[in-house]
Design a protein around this ligand. Structure first.
Ligand SMILES: Cc1cc2nc3c(=O)[nH]c(=O)nc-3n(C[C@H](O)[C@H](O)[C@H](O)COP(=O)(O)OP(=O)(O)OC[C@H]3O[C@@H](n4cnc5c(N)ncnc54)[C@H](O)[C@@H]3O)c2cc1C
Length: 470
């Protein structure tokens, strides 16, 4: 609980209209998109400027009050759950696009800007901001930066990190630092910009970002390739890339996911095939045409069952939207949806998908898999019910085995959803003890009082890695 003195200080900084601490309002910010995690904050504040953020942090640092920065709360790792209480900071007033610089090809914005709004604004000027998480209609740039989010266009264009040129960050002690800038080249000192990207609100608060833009591609073509065998689809993915064709999008949906997504979106997706690949290419008209012909040839040579080419932009958009809605569609099946993002080198996709199916059968749970095949980033998703304790234990055991398998195949525990609370017990599996120790040293240096998003990233207990006899 906050003392009345601290409450008064906070109200002095933000104004009474931007401070709330009623039971109802705190309840709203006690959870995020991650199932089964909930904890009450002590108060919620909405600062209007970097200076107000700095004053809030300095105050919280002095009194050792936890601070939880929060965009739209769509993260899937319990990253904004206030496990230790404290102050939730919202960026709903810091949601301006400050400048689109057409000479330097940059956009500078505040953290609360909605991702799709930014994409649409720059597109009006013929420019392109590629990172497009499926949640982009509601996610914020601040959230994207702190999770280093990816999207459907990640294979060809990279993820959020690849578009960040400079940041303004407010440190836990209230100091404001600027990293990078509108520069194509800059090697002055450590790369502090990258340090804060993906730091999940554990090192400071991003109060402004300068992002790189590129010219918008002139044409785009979309196809849906149907397969009766997972391995054929997986081989197509590897072969397309081995043939030096990098599609803008290369997404995978298995049959259970297709059935649920079709039921949700009703756009005529095939439900009688084992899986599909959604493939898009963009660029100059002639090179898109050439790539699509090559991709079609490769898919046919790998036993594609049939190939459907979108005839209009509306048809293409319907396919993209269906893929983006996969999680929402799956979430209708059962009261709880556990979505993971085990990631492997793309050459190991087939092995990983088959291992996921075997593990699901072994533990008698239902897992649907979709994801960014071109990035090796899969989303095995389990519709379940947290009230069924026996099933939840089996789900947990199954995901332990899935992460173990991903690492065995040279992969990682999370490709884009972040560590938060959910993956913290597994972090050491990926980084090793010394890797985690380096991170702890950085945390101690920047946030010695551990006020920034406590309980995230660093687990109290590391999960024992299961060694499964296969
Ligand atoms: C339906 C659905 C689809 C999704 N699809 C994708 C996808 O395709 N790709 C993908 O990568 N993710 C996806 N996600 C996950 C999620 O949307 C992303 O992680 C997104 O970037 C989170 O944005 P947000 O604004 O909701 O941030 P939040 O969830 O509010 O916060 C995320 C993290 O950032 C921190 N944070 C937020 N703002 C700041 C700030 N200004 N300074 C410091 N720290 C801050 C928070 O403390 C937290 O740790 C999906 C989620 C859902 C529910």
């Amino acid at each position: 609980m906050l003392t009345s003195q601290i409450k008064e200080h906070l109200i002095n900084i933000t104004g009474a209209e931007n401070f709330v601490d009623s039971q109802v309002e705190r309840l709203v910010y006690s959870y995020d998109a991650t199932p089964d995690y909930q904890s009450m904050p002590d108060a919620v504040v909405s600062p209007r400027s970097s200076e107000e953020v700095a004053k809030i942090l300095a105050l919280c640092n002095e009194y050792k009050i936890p601070v939880i920065p929060r965009g739209s709360g769509t993260n899937l790792c319990a990253g904004t759950c206030p496990v230790k209480g404290g102050i939730v900071i919202l960026f709903n007033h810091m949601n301006q696009i400050l400048e689109i610089d057409e000479e330097n090809l940059t956009v500078t914005c505040q953290p609360g800007v909605i991702t799709l709004d930014l994409i649409r604004e720059v597109e009006k000027k013929g420019l392109f901001y590629p990172p497009d998480p499926s949640s982009m209609k509601i996610s914020t740039i601040g959230g994207n930066l702190n999770e280093n989010s990816g999207g459907l266009r990640g294979l060809k264009y990279g993820v959020t990190r690849d578009y960040v040129l400079g940041l303004e960050v407010t440190l836990p002690n209230g100091e404001i630092v600027r990293t990078g800038g509108k520069l194509a080249k800059d090697v002055a000192g450590y790369d502090l910009t990258r340090l804060f990207i993906g730091s999940e609100g554990t090192l400071g608060i991003i109060t402004e970002a300068t992002l790189k833009l590129i010219p918008i591609p002139k044409t785009k073509k979309t196809m849906l390739v149907h397969y009766q065998d997972l391995e054929d689809a997986a081989r197509s993915v590897s072969k397309i890339i081995a043939n030096k064709v990098i599609p803008a999008t290369l997404e995978f949906l298995d049959q259970p996911t297709l059935k649920v997504v079709e039921d949700y979106s009703r756009i005529g997706l095939p439900t009688d095939v084992k899986c599909v690949l959604l493939i898009e290419q963009d660029g100059e008209g002639h090179s898109v045409e050439k790539d699509m012909i090559k991709i079609e040839e490769i898919c046919k040579s790998e036993n594609a069952y049939s190939i459907q080419i979108a005839q209009t932009e509306n048809e293409a958009e319907a396919l993209r939207t269906a893929r983006r809605n996969a999680l929402s569609a799956l979430a209708r099946m059962k009261p709880t949806t556990i979505l993971e993002d085990a990631t492997v080198p793309r050459s190991e996709i087939a092995k990983m998908v088959m291992a996921i199916n075997e593990i699901a059968n072994k533990h008698q749970i239902n897992i649907c898999t979709f994801g960014h095949a071109g990035d090796g980033n899969l989303h095995p998703t389990c519709p379940t019910d947290v009230r069924d304790k026996d099933e939840m234990q089996r789900v947990e055991n199954a995901f332990d085995e899935i992460f173990d398998k991903a690492i065995e195949l040279g992969g990682t525990i999370t490709g884009e959803h972040g560590v938060g609370i959910v993956k913290a017990p597994y972090l050491e599996w990926k980084l090793g003890e010394s890797g985690v120790n380096v991170m702890k040293s950085i945390k101690d240096a920047l946030d010695p009082n551990h006020i920034m998003n406590p309980g995230k990233m660093f687990a109290k207990d590391t999960r024992k890695r299961v060694v499964v006899s296969r």
